[in-house]
Design a binder for this molecule. Structure first.
Ligand SMILES: C[S@@+](CC[C@H](N)C(=O)[O-])C[C@H]1O[C@@H](n2cnc3c(N)ncnc32)[C@H](O)[C@@H]1O
Length: 205
C-alpha cells in the first residue's frame, strides 16, 4: 500500500480522538512562525493546530494532508480561512516557488520510503530564500524498545473504544534527519532536539 493511502486510512480512523489530544501548537513551531511572513504551507497538517497558530499570527496558510477527516477538522478549526488540499507528501500539487515558507511537522517520519524525494518536493514549492521547519520523533529517546540500528516501527494508537490502530514511523536521529534535508538541496540553518522531537530549520537558496 502506498504511504499516502496508508496515512489516509490510519489517520481517518483516529481523527476525532487525535484531534482531542492535540489541542495546543508546539512552542518550537510557534517561535518559527513568529519569524516568518507571507504564505506558509503546513505539510501533513493533521487537525490544523499549527495552521491555526499561523492564522492567528496573520499569515496566509495552506493545509495539506492525506486524511480527509483531519483536513475537515483543520478547515473547521481555522474557520475556512485557508486553502485545504488532500495530497500525499511525495508529489506536491503546486507549481515551483509557490510558498514563502513552510512547516513539515511530525509527518516525514510516517513515510516508509522516498523521504528525500518528499523533502525535494518541499524545496521545489518554496520560493528562493524561503524557510522550512521540519520535525520528527527522535530516535534518541529512551522510550523505544529497539534492537541495534532498528528505526522503523509501528506505534499503536489506543482509541477510547478499545480498538488499536498502528501507525508506521521511521525514527530519525537528528544527524540523519539533517543529512536527508541536505540531500534534498535545502541548506540546513539549524538543527536541535526539544521535548522528544528532532527539528531542522532549512532554507532554499
Ligand atoms: C502525527 S500527525 C502530525 C499533524 C500535524 N503536523 C501536527 O503537528 O499536529 C501526521 C500527519 O501527517 C499526515 N501524513 C502522514 N503520512 C502522509 C502522507 N504520506 N501523505 C500525506 N499526509 C500524510 C497524517 O495524515 C497526519 O495528519
Amino acid at each position: 500500500m502506498k504511504d499516502a493511502e496508508r496515512a489516509s486510512k490510519t489517520f481517518d480512523k483516529i481523527a476525532q480522538h487525535f484531534d482531542k489530544t492535540r489541542n495546543r501548537p508546539w512552542d518550537e513551531v510557534v517561535e518559527f512562525l513568529k519569524e516568518i511572513e507571507g504564505r506558509v504551507i503546513d505539510l501533513g497538517c493533521g487537525n490544523g493546530r499549527h495552521s491555526l497558530a499561523a492564522k492567528n499570527l496573520g499569515l496566509d496558510f495552506v493545509c495539506l494532508d492525506a486524511s480527509i477527516k483531519l483536513l475537515k477538522i483543520a478547515r473547521k478549526k481555522t474557520e475556512n480561512e485557508g486553502i485545504y488540499v488532500r495530497s500525499g507528501l511525495k508529489k506536491l500539487p503546486f507549481k515551483d516557488d509557490s510558498f514563502d515558507n513552510s512547516i513539515y511537522i511530525a509527518a516525514v517520519h510516517h513515510l516508509s520510503n522516498n523521504r528525500v524525494k518528499s523533502l525535494e518536493e518541499s524545496k521545489r514549492i518554496l520560493k528562493s530564500g524561503g524557510k522550512i521547519l521540519i520535525s520528527s520523533w527522535a530516535r534518541e529517546q529512551d522510550r523505544w524498545d529497539l534492537e541495534g540500528n532498528e528505526s522503523d516501527i509501528n506505534v499503536p494508537w489506543n482509541k477510547p473504544d478499545g480498538t488499536v490502530v498502528d501507525r508506521y514511523y521511521h525514527l530519525y536521529r537528528l544527524d540523519e534527519l539533517a543529512n536527508d534535508v541536505e540531500k534534498s538541496g535545502l541548506k540546513v540553518l539549524r538543527k536541535f532536539r526539544s521535548k522528544g522531537n528532532n527539528y531542522v530549520i532549512a532554507q532554499k537558496n
